[in-house]
Design a protein around this ligand. Structure first.
Ligand SMILES: Cc1cc2nc3c(=O)[nH]c(=O)nc-3n(C[C@H](O)[C@H](O)[C@H](O)COP(=O)(O)O)c2cc1C
Length: 170
């Protein structure tokens, strides 16, 4: 199997935001997809070892923040290569609070969505959450960041927990 073929699948780059009690968190995800229009539902693929996964199971509420194309790598790295178990990733980051209580980012985002988990599926390393949208807002008309741009222009990498991570099978 040519694993590089999977790079021909296009994705966006998002920050999934969550809140449990006083803890606010966000993590980068590419596994975000709108799957139905009425009602508006999205699927999210979230690694079971992430803090985000733990919080979503507890609260059932998520924010989905679509990044702008010109987001710099340090901003992405903060959310994609570190765990909120060790740091407060939202320190110094601008956000508003959504109807469900999750933070919705205003820094580097072109649109924000908010939803409640209505179903989930076990996918081994990840859980696929089915989320019904309760809010959606455009913040700027700038281009959204695609995974292709992140990879080829920003020269960003994917960590082990990203679904697009290539496992080397020697
Ligand atoms: C470009 C990129 C794409 C990623 N996509 C996903 C994804 O779709 N699902 C996922 O579970 N993790 C993904 N990750 C990894 C998480 O962002 C990372 O494991 C994060 O540190 C988890 O943070 P948390 O423990 O605070 O929840 C991605 C990371 C990067 C940099």
């Amino acid at each position: 199997m040519d694993l590089n073929a999977f790079f021909k699948i296009t994705y966006g780059v998002y920050i999934i935001t969550t809140k449990f009690e006083d803890k606010l968190n966000g993590m980068i995800a590419t596994a975000v997809c709108q799957v139905t229009a009425e009602p508006v539902q999205m699927t999210l693929g979230i690694n079971k070892e992430s803090l985000t996964h733990e919080i979503i199971l507890k609260t059932g509420c998520v924010g989905v923040n679509a990044l702008r194309q010109e987001t710099d790598f340090n901003f992405i790295g903060n959310f994609g290569f570190k765990s909120g178990r060790n740091i407060n990733k939202l320190e110094g980051i601008g956000f508003m609070t959504g109807a469900t209580g999750v933070p919705l980012l205003v820094d580097n985002t072109v649109a924000v969505f908010e939803g409640r988990v209505i179903d989930k599926m076990d996918a081994g390393t990840h859980t696929i959450f089915l989320v019904e949208a309760v809010e959606a807002k455009i913040l700027t008309e700038e281009f959204p960041l695609s995974y292709e741009y992140y990879h080829n222009v920003i020269k960003g990498k994917s960590p082990k927990f990203a679904p697009t991570f290539i496992v080397n099978k020697a």
